[in-house]
Design a protein around this ligand. Sequence first.
Ligand SMILES: [Zn+2]
Length: 113
Amino acid sequence: MRKCLECGAEMEGRSDKKFCSDMCRNTYNNKLYRKARNVISYVNRRLASNRRILDSLYSDGRTTVSKSLLEEERFDFGYYTSSSKNRLGRTTYRCYEFTYSSDKHNNITIEKD
Ligand SMILES: [Zn+2]
């Protein structure tokens, strides 16, 4: 016996049937979409916050700040738009138009496109 994915009711009929009713299908799909929207919105907020912090610390040319300053501003190092490694093996991170990398002394150099 198959069970409805939303309410768990037992169902008869076609073996590929997943829901007992349109209402259950809609409820189930709405929950899935809401979850996806929440994930996207959370990541977007983290990235926007990081970008705002980089923008506030950056001044013309190259700007070097301590990692702890970024942490005080609640910069989240887990979120960036892309990353790459240069010839020396140092990882450079991008957050929209900003590029930043860390040296061995925990200084962060910020550049802007
Ligand atoms: Zn159901």
